[in-house]
Design a protein around this ligand. Structure first.
Ligand code: ATP
Ligand code: MG
Length: 559
């Protein structure tokens, strides 16, 4: 078996092995895959796995991947979703070229084929209600019961089906069912519904149709029409495969795709169900589909996650045949690893505490040099002003520190990054007894952060000049759900009340404020941050993409 370099690099899995074998045996000369979203919500990171698999295989094996909207349920589908899905697939780095399709493009052909099934005695119009159909379908242990309408003559079926199409009957009055086997061990084969009556306006076909095909009927036939070679879907469709094949066998389709199933992505602390995500948005638990706490592609993008980190994550988790749950730490690891290399360093003070350097001359300002990336000299340096009044992080000071606290405390000396050693000489409190300002002295001989006498300090802290820094709002995100396996049925109860922390008095470097960059930066000692679209000229807003290390697991363990 030959292994193409690109494929080898992307890792192997059972689907890629099948594709390779099909090329080797010349079963196919060119691979065609598809990504078939229903436009009833935004894409999430589970979809990203499917996208990377389908588009990835097409890329690696010199084939192509179609983007096909499975728009067969007009009551739930919207143009906004069609647009966002295209934007998100592109953002992930994939391209469908000219191969953009809609299942609704095939409605005419699907209808004609359905008439063909009726004429061949493979489908019938059932007048039973939805409830009657459900009850007579049987269970996993009991066979179903034949519908009293199952043996309707072909002419009557055809007449009724045509009148369903013409809009003569109300919603739910009748359905078209395949005539297969009500006693089948596979419930999907117990005369599945192929068409239902739905008087609904469709974004693309308007009011032309009063009947719409079911997923099972539309999906495989769309694959066949487009010449898909490998129709890759998630495991819950495994039991639908016999129906997929039954339909391909009975219909005059132009090609015979094969369906393969892989395990869907599940992640701890995360729910990847469009129903839940839609409710989170509609019920206002989050600010929208692109809220940075959402596992949507739009949310990840807004949070500052680079698309390459999503691709790397998907590559690392691989493609398996049985379901499992991936630790969210794996995704976070991929994000950190990439940003550590790519992100330039800056300083920001999230919760400022004012410091006055008493022995620094009033009115004097000097410029200090700071490196933009410790491992990449090409990233250059920038200048930061140092003066008598500064801000440090509130957390970096303790008036009565425990033994192992090496940061600032009365009498203790620390290094201010790129600047000087300072020592705390006084603490000013408000009426409530809270520390509101520190008095410090600096050692002018330690400029740049080293003492000529070789004396050491145990902590290096970030800081900003009070006058030459700018205010900002910083949004710190934590997991949206407080439990590793949130309950999809009652998700509201599992929402983490601390999923968003807004720090509205933060300070940022002037260089950050003045750049219009949408690149993610590392704010030293704090994590990775990106400018948010809510920024205005008066108020810059930043999202924390991710912290510097994995503290979440520890916080949870502590309870
Ligand atoms: P939901 O079940 O959450 O309502 P869906 O999975 O049916 O949504 P579709 O728009 O039909 O959403 O999905 C498009 C494609 O993405 C399908 O092929 C589906 O199998 C795949 N997909 C959806 N969720 C995941 C997931 N968590 N992991 C991998 N692939 C997924
Ligand atoms: Mg679906």
């Amino acid at each position: 078996m030959t292994t193409e370099p690109a494929a080898a690099e992307a890792g192997r899995d059972f689907i890629r092995d099948i594709v390779q074998a099909d090329l080797d045996t010349q079963k196919h000369s060119r691979i065609v895959t598809r990504f078939p979203p229903e436009p009833n919500g935004y894409l999430h990171i589970g979809h990203a796995k499917s996208i990377a698999l389908n588009f990835g295989i097409a890329q690696e094996f010199g084939g192509k991947c179609h983007l096909r909207f499975d728009d067969t349920n007009p009551t739930r589908e919207e143009q906004e979703y069609i647009d966002s899905i295209q934007a998100d697939v592109r953002w992930l780095g994939y391209d469908w070229g000219t191969d953009l399709y809609y299942a609704s493009d095939y409605f005419e052909r699907l209808y004609d084929w359905a008439e063909g099934l009726i004429k061949a005695g493979h489908a019938y119009v059932d007048d039973q209600s939805q409830e009657e159909i459900r009850v007579s379908r049987g269970t996993l242990t009991e066979p179903g019961k034949n519908s009293p309408f199952r043996d309707r003559p072909v002419d009557e079926n055809l007449d009724l089906f045509r009148r369903m199409k013409a809009g003569e009957f109300p919603n739910g009055a009748r359905v078209l069912r395949a005539k297969i086997d009500m006693a089948s061990g596979n419930i999907n084969m117990r005369d599945p519904v192929l068409y239902r009556i739905l008087h609904a306006h469709h974004p693309r076909t308007g009011d032309k149709w009063s009947i719409y095909p079911s997923y099972d009927y539309a999906h495989g036939q769309s694959d066949a029409i487009e010449g898909i070679t490998h129709s890759i879907c998630t495991l819950e469709f495994e039991d639908h495969r016999p129906l997929y094949e039954w339909l391909l066998d009975k219909l005059p389709v132009p090609s015979k795709p094969r369906q393969y199933e892989f395990a869907r992505l599940n992640i701890t602390y995360t729910l990847l169900s469009k129903r839940v995500l839609t409710q989170l948005v509609r019920e206002g638990h989050v600010a929208g589909w692109d809220d940075p706490r959402m596992p949507t592609v739009a949310g990840l993008k807004r949070r500052g996650v680079p698309p390459a980190a999503v691709r790397e994550f998907v590559k690392r988790i691989g493609v398996a045949k049985s379901n499992s749950v991936v630790d969210v730490g794996m995704l976070e690891f991929c994000i950190r690893e990439l940003l550590n290399k790519a992100a330039e360093r800056r300083m920001a003070v999230l919760r400022p505490l004012k410091v006055v350097i008493e022995n620094y001359p009033e009115g004097q300002v000097e410029e200090l040099e700071a490196v933009n990336h410790p491992d990449n000299p090409d990233a250059g340096t920038r200048r930061i002003a140092f003066g008598r009044e500064l801000y440090i992080e509130q957390d970096d000071f303790m008036e009565n520190p425990p033994k192992k606290f090496f940061r600032l405390s009365p009498g203790n000396e620390v290094r201010l990054r790129y600047a000087y050693f300072i020592k705390c000489t006084g603490v000013i409190k408000n009426d409530a007894g809270e520390v509101v300002e520190l008095r410090c002295t600096y050692d002018p001989a330690t400029k740049g952060g080293n003492a000529p006498d070789g004396r050491k300090v145990k902590a290096t802290m970030h800081w900003l000049p009070a006058a030459q820094s700018r205010p900002a709002e910083i949004r710190v995100y934590n997991q949206l759900f407080a439990k590793p396996s949130p309950d999809a049925g009652n998700f509201a109860a599992d929402i983490n009340p601390q999923s968003l922390e807004v720090l509205s008095d933060a300070r940022i470097e002037v260089s950050v404020a003045e750049s219009n960059s949408n690149e993610v930066m590392q704010f030293e000692r704090q994590g990775y941050f990106v400018r948010d679209q809510d920024s205005t000229p008066d108020k810059l807003v930043f999202n924390r993409t991710i912290g510097l290390r994995d503290t979440f697991a520890k916080e949870v363990a502590k309870g």
